[in-house]
Ligand binder design. Structure first.
Ligand code: GSH
Length: 233
């Protein structure tokens, strides 16, 4: 059994996408980040960065003690290696998959995250910051669109992998990110292909069951956007 420490955000969806595809046994432990549950000492032992997602796998393949993992990219890789699914098993395919996984973790995720922050949540509308992150999001969409333009169905060719699962939830909010999907035709087709998978539908249904209230209120903003080193002492 895998315990998934989860809230209904793009980084959380990455892991429900995998778990729903794989059929692994799991249970969700909601961590309501808008109410500060990510600072509970018991959660920080699992995820010292006070961020979800995180998992605890009670049955690791080495047969040892339960293992705790934080960082969504590390979790996807762990689950793919555990099940030997959703990651190519040959050297070149695996490396292509890891490059795009790391591209998402270091590029698309953080840049689209800042886009969300300055476009939607910042108390002041700062044109320089908005333009910087909307343009960088557009550049990254362009990179992925170009990669997908050679007729491949998924990032690693015809196999649906953890690279797709990492990227997809960050393209779901394309409208809020001020991106026009009509400008990215190969990306738009890839998006629909993943959107229509039964496991994707289920993952997003689970999100709606767990959290009907998607609004970020003033209390949440204080918790999420006021952190500094004193928050983690
Ligand atoms: N690099 C981390 C980022 C995780 C992350 O930023 N999670 C956010 C929600 S998407 C979170 O838990 N925020 C809680 C907070 O800001 O205190 C990962 O990919 O797992």
């Amino acid at each position: 059994m895998i315990d998934l420490y989860y809230w209904t955000t793009p980084n959380g969806h990455k892991i429900t996408l995998f778990l729903e595809e794989s059929g692994l046994d799991y249970q969700i432990k909601p961590i309501n980040i808008s109410r500060g549950e990510q600072f509970e000492p018991s959660f920080l032992k699992i995820s010292p960065n006070n961020r979800m997602p995180a998992i605890v796998d009670a049955n690791p393949v080495d047969g040892g003690e339960p293992i705790a993992i934080f960082e969504s990219g590390a979790i996807l890789l762990y689950l793919a290696d555990k099940t030997q699914t959703f990651i190519p098993q040959d050297l070149r395919g695996r490396n292509e998959c890891l490059q795009w996984l790391f591209w998402q973790m270091g590029g698309l995720g953080p840049m689209a995250g800042q886009n969300h922050h300055f476009v939607q949540y910042a108390p002041e509308k700062l044109p320089y910051a908005i333009e910087r992150y909307v343009k960088e999001t557009s550049r990254l969409y362009g990179v992925l669109n170009k990669h997908l333009s050679d007729g491949r169905d998924f990032i690693c060719g015809n196999q649906y992998t953890i690279a797709d699962m990492a990227c997809y939830p960050w393209v779901v909010p394309h409208e809020r990110q001020q991106q026009d999907m009509a400008k990215f035709p190969a990306l738009a087709k890839w998006f629909t292909r993943i959107h229509d998978r039964p496991a994707t539908v289920k993952a997003y249904e689970i999100a709606t069951e767990i959290n009907q209230n998607k609004t970020v209120d003033e209390e949440s903003k204080k918790i999420l956007f006021g952190q500094d080193a004193s928050s983690v002492r």
